[in-house]
Design a binder for this molecule. Structure first.
Ligand code: CP3
Length: 369
């Protein structure tokens, strides 16, 4: 592996291992994005996937929130998109400003499975991501760790079948109910690309990885067990054994199965992931109880609290901080929103959110109580 600058802030790595930390580390999903004027400036001159594919540009936008919120944010996340995985599988994806991603030729039924390549060489198809990771590790100068990520198989399948975002998931659900065994074949194909992709990001220098199963909430608990949960187990165990094979040290694994709060206990016990990312629909204290200290937890302020003004931001950060604390200490908790930050947020309100996290998550140091 490359020789990177020495890490100066390992707060998120310690929290991910479940340790007591002096305060909770914090980052936000989509922290490099349209709410930042400096991101919109780059976007004016460059198409979305052009930014993803140009390491200099991806690195630049990854660093934007780290520069703006210097000393306040504890991790960077590599700028990319979950839909680069379908692209690597030969599926065209267009980013339509204002509408989000569009897949002009979706997988309509199982006869379309033979459109997918037999083998996907991520080192060829997604090399630009690994180059961006390396460059960003250098340019971060060790200030904070860098997170790599992938979409989870079910969420990626949903996009590949629906042809874009969806409110009803009718087409993806049709696959689940009408073609369950072909659905599993498709999920297996995606799973194997996710494994290669995550391993390659870690080998390139990613210091944590996060799996985004943004559409997990669409599945009944039964279908979640059938079509999502097994993919988490396979990805975690395969990535770990590949790292061992390459003699690459392990990094913390964060699983964000949005809305899968019916299965927190099981995810903590048997998914093989180190940290569970939580949306805002579960009380921190309940998540603590259900996870039984077996994993660290990440989250979970409602992203819309950032529209509520300073008082609401302070109130929510304080409430969530207290909910996660154990005996007055921040323990195994990574502070975050319950989903990505949205484009209308005022950047100075996010700064205030970070300041509140620094203020309200301090671990009590007196040893008497
Ligand atoms: O967190 C970060 O700052 C890293 C970058 C990142 C992006 N997308 C950049 C992006 C990450 C981690 C993602 C993940 C992603 N992409 C997910 C999972 C997490 C989530 O938020 O649910 C999903 C479902 C996607 C697919 C996707 N990409 C959608 C649905 C959209 C449109 C929504 C929107 O906000 O416009 C995108 C576009 C996208 N991805 C943008 C950014 C900054 C905005 C596009 C633009 O600049 O025009």
């Amino acid at each position: 592996m490359e020789d990177f600058p020495k890490l100066q802030n390992d707060l998120i790595l310690r929290a991910a291992r479940g340790e007591v930390t002096e305060r909770a580390p914090v980052w936000v999903m989509r922290q490099a994005g349209r709410y930042l004027p400096e991101f919109r400036d780059v976007r004016r001159d460059h198409e979305f996937f052009e930014i993803c594919r140009t390491p200099e540009l991806a690195c630049e936008v990854t660093l934007q929130p780290i520069r703006r919120y210097a000393g306040l944010v504890d991790a960077a996340i590599i700028f990319s998109d979950i839909l680069v995985v379908p692209q690597a599988m030969g599926i065209e994806v267009i980013m339509d400003p204002g509408h989000g991603p569009v897949i002009p030729n979706p997988l309509v039924d199982p006869s379309h499975l033979n459109r997918l390549p037999g083998h996907v060489d991520v080192y060829k198809e997604l090399n630009y991501v690994f180059e961006a990771v390396k460059l960003t590790r250098h340019r971060l100068e060790g200030k904070v760790p860098l997170i790599g990520f992938s979409g989870a198989p079910w969420t990626l399948m949903a996009y590949m079948v629906e042809g874009g975002g969806s409110k009803t998931f009718t087409k993806a659900k049709t696959w689940l109910f009408k073609y369950p065994s072909e659905t599993k074949k498709l999920l297996d194909r995606i799973t194997s690309v996710c494994v290669d992709y995550l391993v390659a990001q870690i080998r390139a220098g990613a210091q944590l990885i996060q799996l985004f199963d943004t559409c997990a909430a669409e599945l009944s608990p039964h279908d979640f067990m059938e079509f999502a949960f097994p993919t988490y187990q396979v990805i975690a165990s395969e990535v770990r054994s590949r790292l061992k094979h390459h003699a690459v040290p392990e990094v913390p694994f964060i699983l964000f199965a949005k809305g899968a709060n019916h299965s927190i206990e099981l995810l903590a016990e048997a998914s093989g992931w180190d940290v569970l990312g939580l949306d805002w629909l579960v009380e921190p204290s309940e998540a603590r109880l259900l996870s039984g200290g077996k994993v660290a937890l990440q989250g979970n302020v409602d992203p819309n609290a950032l529209y509520g003004g300073r008082e609401a931001i302070a109130r929510e950060v304080q409430r969530i901080a207290l909910g996660f604390q154990v005996d007055g200490k921040s323990k195994g908790h990574i502070f975050n929103l319950g989903h990505g930050i949205t484009p209308g947020v005022e950047p100075e309100d996010l700064r205030y959110f970070f300041e509140c996290v620094h203020k309200y998550t301090q671990s009590r140091t007196d040893s008497t109580s």
